[in-house]
Design a protein around this ligand. Structure first.
Ligand code: URA
Ligand code: CA
Length: 442
């Protein structure tokens, strides 16, 4: 069959066969199909959708387009966790050490920042010396020795997704439910996990802005997991404001250390405990999420979680002294407190704009080749629903220059709506989706 026939079929809204999906996925991975034909097909998929069967076929074809990581040398149930992307979302650096401290091995492949969202690898690389590039053998050995490793995806992991994702990014076809579901799940299945916890974000900083769209994506991914024999718990959580108070790479590492030190509570910890408790349940360590949460809280209180973070940083070549002295993390040229300048209630945040504000300061890449400045970003102590006075701190900027600080202040002010009427705090989570169905909380 020709690529033109495949595009035509999807253009007419028909379902593609497994063989047709395998054909274009192979071509995406080996470069034999030109970008313009792949781009046309992606747009046809974006407009006409895919059936559950097609989505699963695409996921498995992308998984098999490269190496599938073999984690069988690690005893126990390996549970992975993945977020669809957020701002101030440092849950991995909080929950991975806590889950490992409770005895569930964490062998995690993370990603880099994309668009307005931050990436765990970039955050980790703000620690001097730390490497996220381990061979499969080193990866397995480290998990067996200390219980956790967080590394980058190897070049050979789901190469078809790499090609298709890069094309989607520049053809306005990122926001397709079957394409997102298959992209994420192909990489999770290729990374060798036995079970997967997904954090599906919803709100102004999420790929899926509405709760219903996020639940739809969660269902699609749980279904793919079910059809491929890997249990998935997909939790729909709120991204109507940055999750933690710190946005920026070194700042988010600092916040994770402060949370694991027991100094800071709040939404970041709550979401980390929720996702982590599902990891303990899937890992067979806890019978239910309530007892799992108690185990994670004990690991937090005893300092065992912080010790796991320290061990991981050291094992990956990083300067673990930053755990005791966060001043050792990269420091910016300029730190400036910004006052609210008016009183009222924090009514809403454009979280996507807040993410782009950090990116513009140098915390993320605008072009693929940009070099990140780990030291920059901001601390945002206010939350939706807070009552503030004129001289309250709206944010503290960590900037490279005066000009950057001025621009960031304007962008952050524009992204935060301060109203006169009391505003409700948005829910932290909305639903848990498994192959058994949807349980809603809000
Ligand atoms: N993250 C991914 O890995 N893929 C998508 O399509 C969207 C978010
Ligand atoms: Ca948006």
């Amino acid at each position: 069959m020709s690529m033109i026939d495949i595009i035509t079929k999807k253009k007419l809204g028909q379902a593609l066969s497994q063989a047709e999906i395998a054909e274009f996925t192979r071509g995406a991975a080996d470069g034999s199909i030109p970008d313009y034909q792949l781009a046309a097909l992606l747009m046809a998929i974006r407009l006409n959708g895919m059936t559950a069967q097609e989505t699963t076929d695409l996921t498995l074809a992308m998984r098999d387009s490269g190496d599938v990581c073999d984690l069988s040398a690690i005893p126990g149930v390996k549970v992975d966790k993945h977020s669809t992307g957020g701002v101030g979302d440092t849950t991995t650096l909080v929950l991975a050490p806590l889950v490992a401290a409770c005895g569930v091995p964490v062998a995690k492949m993370s990603g880099r920042g994309l668009g307005h969202t931050g990436g765990t690898l970039d955050k980790m690389e703000s620690i001097a010396g730390l490497s996220v590039s381990l061979t499969e053998e080193q990866f397995v050995r480290q998990v067996n020795e200390i219980g956790l490793a967080v590394i980058g995806q190897t070049a050979s992991l789901a190469p078809a997704d790499k090609t298709l994702y890069a094309l989607r990014d520049v053809t306005a076809t990122v926001d397709s439910l079957p394409l997102i579901a298959s992209s994420i799940m192909s990489k999770k299945l290729a990374s060798g996990a036995d079970a997967i916890v997904l954090d599906v974000k919803t709100g102004s900083g999420a790929l899926m802005e509405t709760v219903e769209d996020a639940i739809g994506l969660a269902k699609a991914m749980a279904e793919i997991g079910h059809l491929s024999g890997k249990p998935v718990h997909a939790i729909v959580t709120g991204m109507d404001q940055p999750l933690g108070t710190h946005v920026g790479n070194a700042l988010e590492v600092k916040e994770a250390i402060e949370v694991l030190s027991g100094k800071v509570k709040g939404d970041l910890l709550e979401v980390a405990l929720l996702l982590g408790s599902h990891m303990l349940v899937l890992g067979g360590r806890a019978a239910d999420t309530a007892s799992a949460r108690a185990m994670l809280t004990a690991a937090l209180d005893s300092g065992a979680g912080l010790e796991k973070l320290r061990a991981m940083i050291a094992a990956q070549g990083g300067n673990a002294a930053c755990v005791d002295d966060v001043q050792l993390l990269p420091q910016p040229a300029l730190i400036r407190e910004v006052k609210a300048g008016c009183s009222g209630y924090i009514a809403a945040m454009d979280t996507e704009a807040l993410g782009y504000a950090a990116q513009a300061m140098g915390a993320g890449r605008v072009q693929k080749t940009d070099v990140i400045d780990y030291s920059v970003g901001y601390i945002l102590p206010v939350r939706i629903g807070d009552k503030i006075t004129e001289d309250a701190t709206l944010c503290t900027l960590y900037a490279r220059s005066e000009a950057d600080a001025v621009k960031a202040e304007a962008a952050i002010r524009a992204a935060i709506t301060i109203g006169n009427a009391p505003a409700e705090r948005p829910p932290l989570w909305y639903a848990v989706v498994t192959a058994d169905g949807v349980e809603r909380f809000a």
